[in-house]
Design a protein. Structure first.
Length: 121
């Protein structure tokens, strides 16, 4: 149900927004939503956007294998685009390996103004 809400939203949702959507389905406490979100993040089906304190459904099939997600977030309209920067992923992998750092996951958030909003301005 939580994943369905995020998939249908077409953009990021906070845990409380998800809870509001799912109250009629028996969800009563934020902890229920957070537990589901934790599992979905663990499985790579959902990403947490730290700067928005929100969650978004993964737009890549089989995302759970790559461990790196990058997002361009428009500060004007709120549009969020997920992308996979292969060069950055390789650079981060090389750095972590050469420094003995055990990386669990990486989330990159780019903040700015999207192409559509720049056209309007």
């Amino acid at each position: 149900m939580v994943f369905g809400s995020l998939s249908e939203a077409g953009g990021p949702l906070t845990a409380y927004a998800i809870l509001d959507e799912l109250r009629d389905d028996g969800f009563r406490a934020p902890l229920q939503v957070y537990r589901a979100l934790d599992k979905l993040v663990e499985y790579g089906m959902v990403h947490r956007l730290e700067s928005l304190n929100a969650f978004v459904a993964c737009s890549h099939k089989g995302c759970s294998g790559h461990g790196t997600a990058a997002f361009a977030i428009c500060d004007k309209c709120g549009d969020v685009r997920e992308f996979m920067p292969d060069e950055v992923v390789q650079s981060l992998k090389a750095w972590t390996e050469s420094n003995g750092f055990a990386l669990s996951r990486t989330t990159i958030e780019l903040r700015g103004i999207c192409k559509n909003c720049r056209k309007v301005a």
